[in-house]
Design a protein. Structure first.
Length: 239
């Protein structure tokens, strides 16, 4: 575990060097252990890939407590030691575990056509047919390793190697909400209309971000996702 300051009121805690499920479980466990520490000055906790970024109140406390940065690092170290000793139990009891199939979210996707303008380019890059791209993409199981870029945007690991496709050379100025894209070795869903450079292969009618909901983002780090192919008629009838 290593610490690195981020500005004057945040610290990035790195828990591993490889992006895998074991590291992700440690990340989720530490994040869960810190999210209730508002009384100790924790403002926000952001888990992603191999790190947990902790935003904290930088107002100095009593002089003998050291600097706010030192104080928060001591708190993180204590919580990390505790969570490392029981992280598997924490995941099973409190977070539903990565291997809990009941926690898996199915996302309907209308692939190709007007909904996925780049599916032909992805197929050409992979030397596959568009139908084979759909079969591979919808047949895989994915894990959310980060949420960011825009509110609720999930970065999903688990994309089959044949579908790894470079981002577009020129990003689009407007990608419709619900668009499903491929960017390198990852796939993801644009929750809101925004510029973007990923290869678009389909679109979902499911809203992944609702500002008025609690929580507003449908997915969080560690959740599992499966995609299900639907027809344009299914898309139009979605409510």
């Amino acid at each position: 575990m290593t610490f690195a300051p981020l500005g004057d009121s945040a610290v990035v805690v790195t828990l591993g060097s490889s992006i895998d499920e074991a590291t992700l479980l440690r990340v989720r466990s530490l994040a869960a252990a810190l999210e209730s520490e508002t009384a100790a000055g924790v403002v926000d906790v952001v888990p992603a890939y191999t790190t947990v970024t902790v935003f904290y109140n930088a107002t100095p406390h009593a002089p003998d407590n050291g600097s706010p940065y030192d104080r928060i690092c001591r708190l993180i170290t204590a919580r990390a030691e505790k969570s490392d000793n029981s992280w598997s139990e924490v995941m099973r009891e409190n977070l539903g575990g990565l291997h809990d199939e009941a926690a898996q979210l199915e996302i309907p996707v209308c692939y190709g056509g007007a909904f996925g303008a780049d599916i032909g380019d992805v197929a050409q890059c992979a030397k596959l047919t568009p139908e084979e791209v759909i079969e591979l993409h919808s047949g895989a199981s994915y894990v959310v390793h980060a949420v960011g870029f825009t509110p609720g945007f999930p970065y999903l690991a688990g994309l089959p190697g044949k579908l790894h496709t470079p981002r577009r050379a020129t990003p689009r100025t407007n990608v419709p909400a619900g668009s499903v894209g491929i960017g390198g070795a990852q796939t993801g869903v644009y929750p809101i209309a925004t510029p973007g450079g990923w290869q678009l292969i389909g679109r979902t009618p499911l809203a992944l971000f609702r500002a008025a909901a609690n929580p507003p983002a449908l997915l969080r780090v560690g959740d599992r996702v499966k995609f299900k192919a639907i027809t344009p008629e299914d898309f139009a009838a979605w409510k």
